[in-house]
Design a protein around this ligand. Structure first.
Ligand SMILES: [Zn+2]
Length: 177
């Protein structure tokens, strides 16, 4: 027999998912901001869904994103407001760091390590650094400067070595993260 959502909701005493109309258990605890004093609780599906939506907003200003969210784009009704201290836009609830969830996106941290910055310059990459961009850029440049297609040209060979070294540095950075 199919039970109503209300009946199901009675079965557990924990937190319910904070997404509107969701009766699942909010097993994913997600900080509302970087002070870590208040949390949302999402079911895994909504935690993932919400992060995917945020990725969609890349390139928009924070004001545009906020206006967009108010227009019910995400949950089809007005949602939570955003405090001035916002977590990273790519991982707004800090799921990656706080809970070890691999969302397949890079953390939006400001990079200051000179070795990383130098490697980024070699590959022509800008902040925020994204793993996929590193891979794409490397593929593009490696194809262009590979010694095999440049007839052993010394300049191309040196460039290829530099590009490869920079790539290794950046990939290592993501493994550490
Ligand atoms: Zn949910």
């Amino acid at each position: 027999m199919k039970r109503t959502q209300k009946e199901k909701a009675k079965d557990f005493t924990g937190n319910r998912c904070d997404a509107p109309d969701c009766q699942e258990e909010g097993t994913c605890r997600a900080p509302k901001d970087k002070t870590l004093t208040e949390y949302y609780h999402f079911c895994p599906k909504h935690a993932r869904e919400y992060n995917e939506k945020w990725d969609y907003y890349r390139g928009m200003s924070e004001e545009e994103i906020e206006a967009n969210l108010r227009e019910d784009v995400v949950w089809h009704r007005p949602t939570w407001s955003f405090a001035s201290r916002r977590p990273s836009l790519k991982d707004p609830f800090n799921l990656q760091k706080e809970m070890g969830i691999d969302l397949g996106v890079a953390l939006n941290e400001k990079i200051t390590d000179p070795e990383i910055l130098k490697a980024m310059r070699v590959l022509g990459l800008k902040q925020p650094l994204q793993k996929e961009d590193v891979k794409d850029k490397y593929r593009e440049l490696a194809k262009k400067y590979h010694p095999d297609i440049n007839g052993g040209n010394k300049v191309a060979e040196d460039a290829f070595k530099k590009i490869s070294a920079a790539y290794m540095v950046l990939i290592k950075y993501f493994k550490k993260g």
